[in-house]
Design a protein around this ligand. Structure first.
Ligand SMILES: *[C@@H]1O[C@H](CO)[C@@H](O)[C@H](O)[C@H]1NC(C)=O
Ligand SMILES: *[C@@H]1O[C@H](CO)[C@@H](O)[C@H](O)[C@H]1NC(C)=O
Length: 155
């Protein structure tokens, strides 16, 4: 009786936990398993349902001060990068928060922790295939933060 109770509790914790993601350009996992949370995805490949919104929370720490952060998000399908329409190339300034929840804007300090939060639509036109999502925040041509995660679009 008590044991069943504990198992249910553990299962709930797992559902609310973070997503395993990799460093960009490598298959090495992030050391801090709580850096990235993608809705409904603890263990990749993340299943992204068409006509829903996926939400992402990403805690990151810039190595250098940054002034102007742009989303650089693509899906790599057989090694061909396809930009995520409506996200790639847009400003990320409105999506960056301090740990206390206040807006951080675009002027970021090196060594300080920030949280990036954003939803993006999984469009009906996306093909239902497996891919690797490359999610980067860039200051001009410099990568400020980046992760990759396997995903699959589903119906
Ligand atoms: C995203 O990054 C790639 C590689 O650094 C670059 O070629 C591409 O132009 C960038 N896209 C945007 C929208 O900044
Ligand atoms: C980034 O851009 C600056 C100037 O805009 C340039 O000097 C530098 O070489 C570029 N770095 C890379 C990695 O392309």
């Amino acid at each position: 009786m008590l044991r069943g109770f504990i198992l249910v509790f553990v299962a709930l914790l797992v559902v609310a936990s973070a997503t395993e993601v990799n460093y960009c350009g490598s298959s090495k996992k992030f050391e801090d398993p709580n850096s990235v949370k993608i809705s409904g995805c603890d263990v990749p490949p993340c299943k992204l349902r068409r006509r829903t919104k996926a939400s992402i929370e990403y805690k990151f720490t810039p190595d250098e001060d940054a002034e102007n952060i742009v989303n650089n998000v693509s899906a790599s399908i057989f090694s061909v990068p396809l930009p995520f329409v409506g996200v790639d190339g847009t400003t990320a300034c409105d999506n960056i928060f301090n740990l206390d929840g206040t807006s951080a804007g675009c002027s970021l300090k090196k060594g300080v922790d920030y949280i990036y939060k954003r939803e993006f639509p999984v469009l009906q036109i996306y093909p239902t295939i497996s891919m690797t999502i490359h999610y980067a925040l860039m200051d001009r041509n410099r990568t400020v933060a980046c992760f990759e995660v396997p995903a699959k679009i589903i119906n």
